[in-house]
Write a protein that binds this ligand. Structure first.
Ligand code: FMN
Length: 210
């Protein structure tokens, strides 16, 4: 596909930040990604703040509106970009919760078989441990995750973001640019027309909930 064709029909990337705070570095990373996205990639940020906690009883009454919105945003996207903080060596409860809801959609267009990637900004390990945990979770959802080249930002010293969470560090912007360039190739390879193969998940073993 030529660049002109790609610009007419951009890759739609859904971006989800695992942090709910206003001046979040992770949401700031996603805003920066939206700004510097390569030609032919369009990034939309989805706010997970309004999602309730996953509850099978709530689900059995019908998805609440924010859950419906999340599932349809995932379906409308060619790929998903996750930005995770690190909380106690893991991803945030908010992001895990969003993925739990999204994973309940098992049809074509859902996370299963969808290209994805993970970036993050946090403490000393730059979210390496959170990203590894998230990778395991996404494995179970069937998301096909690109790991390299990777963006793991040690956010604090020296500060890489301003007081509103905007990314101000040029080196990190360059890392992000490189990651998004590779992500474009990853998505392009994976979204060629092909047969949708739903795989079994652990939830298939759960009694009476599917
Ligand atoms: C409850 C809590 C636990 C945290 N645990 C870790 C941790 O285990 N490792 C780490 O590197 N940073 C840890 N941090 C620091 C966060 O990763 C850091 O504040 C990050 O900037 C939060 O993301 P945000 O700016 O997008 O909100 C923790 C912060 C909180 C609030």
């Amino acid at each position: 596909m030529t660049l002109d064709e790609r610009n007419e029909n951009p890759l739609r990337v859904l971006a989800i930040s695992g942090s709910l705070r206003k001046a979040s570095f992770n949401t700031g990373l996603l805003r920066a990604a939206r700004e510097i996205a390569p030609d032919g990639m369009e990034i939309t940020i989805f706010d997970i703040k309004d999602l309730p906690f996953y509850d099978g009883d709530v689900e059995s009454q019908g998805d609440p509106a924010p859950v419906t919105a999340l599932k349809s945003a995932v379906r409308d996207a060619d790929a998903v970009l996750f930005a995770t903080p690190e909380y106690n060596w893991g991803t945030s409860g908010a992001l895990k919760n969003a993925i739990d809801w999204a994973s309940r959609d098992r049809e074509e267009g859902s996370l299963m078989g969808k290209p994805g990637t993970i970036i993050g900004a946090g403490g000393r390990a730059g979210t390496a441990r959170a990203q590894m945990q998230l990778l395991e979770t996404l494995g179970e959802t069937g998301t096909i995750v690109m790991v390299k080249p990777g963006v793991m930002v040690m956010a604090f010293a020296p500060m890489k973001f301003d007081s509103e969470g905007n990314l101000i560090d040029e080196e990190t912007k360059e890392l992000l640019r490189r990651h998004l360039d590779e992500f474009t190739k990853w998505i392009t390879q994976l979204i060629q027309p092909r047969e949708f193969v739903p795989h079994a998940c652990e939830m298939d073993l759960a009694p009476a909930q599917a």
